[in-house]
Ligand binder design. Structure first.
Ligand SMILES: [Zn+2]
Length: 353
């Protein structure tokens, strides 16, 4: 059986292609998407060639869907179940997963399979490995479009909070308030941040950042962000920095603004360039106890269920991220191009199928 999918044809080129419907292994599921969202990562993949050349690879890694076929060894899911599909779908039996780093199962970043090592979710059907470990039931009452944010934006933003290890009363700076940064703001607030600085400038992102718990907005267009943070903290800097935007040089600013003993959590995908620089003096000449932690989110059913429960209980509202809604698979390209061109009113588009 054949299906259609929206694919990367090669670096810088996209289009619709036809492929065989994927086959279901005994532990796996075949899912048809109900709602999907394009991501800045898709843009890095296609237009920056961030993961190298790929030919006729179906794009997309953020989806909520319905199971249409299930492997005979899967215990907890059945055909017809509506599921949250995490962007990262590790091999849970791997040594890396046993070591606590599921996202690197099979090699660095290799838990990221969709639109990397296999076809992604912008297709009529897609394959999910290890359904019992990787899928989560979409709770009744949650909007599928809002819930697509559980695939990547919520777990990635929250992982930034985990990497920075935000504690009660910490002062936190979130650099970048696109959808991931906004979830890092929301996650920091849930974790008990006191002063919560959000670095950004676009009006709708600023408004959302305040709604998610930012106490101060740092507009980089109004001067150096390190100087602004230092002024607001009376020269002390912040306890934690979460990097969810900017570029390779943003690490310099993060190290400059974090206190000795502070932690920097990076969840920004550095799509190009060769090096990240660490400023020697501000890093305490190598002895400042300023920790830099960068990580891909872990994925996994348990985490997905817990994050979904935050939405069910009303502690997290992802709907503020969704600025552009499309109805129909045929709008996939339009939605992806929005992510590429980033009009000022965009936070995140979603395509409902
Ligand atoms: Zn994504």
């Amino acid at each position: 059986m054949k299906m259609k999918g929206f694919a990367m044809l090669g670096i810088g080129k996209t289009g619709w292609i036809e492929k065989d419907v994927p086959t279901c292994g005994p532990l796996d599921a075949i899912v048809k998407p109900v709602a999907v969202s394009p991501c800045t990562s898709d843009v890095h993949t296609v237009w920056e060639g961030a993961i190298g050349e790929r030919t006729d690879m179906i794009l997309g890694h953020e989806a909520v869907g319905e199971i249409v076929e299930i492997g005979n060894l899967v215990k907890d899911f059945k055909v017809g179940d509506r599921v949250i599909v995490p962007a990262i779908t590790p091999d849970w039996g791997s040594l890396e997963a046993q070591g606590g780093y599921s996202m690197h199962s099979g090699g660095m970043l290799a838990g990221w399979k969709f639109s990397n090592f296999k076809d992604g979710v912008f297709a009529e059907y897609f394959h999910v490995n290890e359904a019992d470990a990787n899928l989560a039931i979409l709770p009744d009452g949650l909007d599928p479009a809002d819930s697509v944010m559980l695939s990547d934006m919520v777990p990635t933003g929250f992982h930034g909070v985990e990497l920075a290890d935000v504690q009660f009363g910490d002062t936190v700076c979130v650099i970048g308030i696109g959808p991931v940064g906004l979830m890092a703001v929301a996650g920091s607030a849930l974790r008990g941040a006191s002063r919560l600085y959000a670095v950004g400038s676009r009006p709708n992102c600023v408004e959302a950042a305040k709604a998610y718990g930012a106490t101060d907005i740092i507009n980089y267009k109004e001067g150096d962000i390190v100087e602004q943070i230092m002024e607001k903290t009376h020269g002390k800097g912040v306890d934690r920095v979460i990097i969810a935007g900017g570029n390779n040089d943003t690490f310099i600013q993060a190290i400059q603004m974090v206190k000795p003993g502070g932690r920097i959590g990076n969840v920004n995908y550095l799509g190009s360039g060769d090096y990240v620089k660490i400023p020697r003096v501000e890093w305490g000449c190598g002895m400042g106890h300023k920790t830099i932690a960068g990580g891909l989110m872990p994925g996994g059913r348990l985490r997905m269920e817990k994050l979904a429960s935050l939405m069910e209980t009303g502690r997290l509202d992802t709907s503020k991220l969704l600025t552009h809604r499309f109805n129909g698979f045929e709008h996939m390209e339009e939605a992806l191009m929005l992510m590429k061109d980033k009009p000022r009113d965009l936070i995140k588009p979603v395509v409902i199928i």
